[in-house]
Design a binder for this molecule. Sequence first.
Ligand code: IYR
Length: 229
Amino acid sequence: MDTTTRTHTHPFVPHLPPRVPTEDGLRRGEEFYRDLEERRSVRWFSPDPVPVEAIELAVSAANTAPSGAHHQPWTFVATDDPDIKHRVRLAAEEEERRFYRDRDVPQWHSALARLETDEHKEFLDVAPWLVVAFAQKHTPQPDGSLRKNYYVSESVGIACGFFIAALHRMGLATLTHTPNPMAFLNQVLARPSTERPYILFPVGYPADDCEVPALDRKPLAEALVVLRD
Ligand code: IYR
């Protein structure tokens, strides 16, 4: 297309990534998929340290995610401070005790049975890092006003997907942990009320004796419907 005929009201720049030959693209896609296929959510972490650079790289990857109106409505708050991690653990376990005691939601309990989860969240102390993705419903502007954000949940969800994939690429494991409710994280991590906790990620290497539930992924034929004439 002849871009000289386009008129813009805002700055645009050329985007000319080198064309990937189809065969190479398929090979790369296969490699990427095979790598992600190895990923599992982990609840037993090694206490071995993880350098802050790994967290910075994973959040840099997350920060490339597409977002509504390019508002990038996320904040990732990371801590390796044992006291802060312990405060998070105590508050999360408090909420989870209520959740697991609450027999008003039997479907939840049967759906979760095969994961053998309970209110004990030792991994919040053991994993060397806790990273909380916060979703910004509004973003404070330098002039003190609040900018409204759009498709916040979708945008932060995609960013979290990139974050998880980047950790996996570095040989690190995580868990998409969502203690219910999570509002305590605003207090413990000193975040403003314009943000809500979205996912709490313990991050580290899997423990030497780590186990995961024996689960299958659903077949591609159930995940993908190709419609053609
Ligand atoms: N938030 C609880 C319960 C829980 C819910 C789902 I959906 C899971 O896939 C796993 C756990 C907990 O973290 O134990």
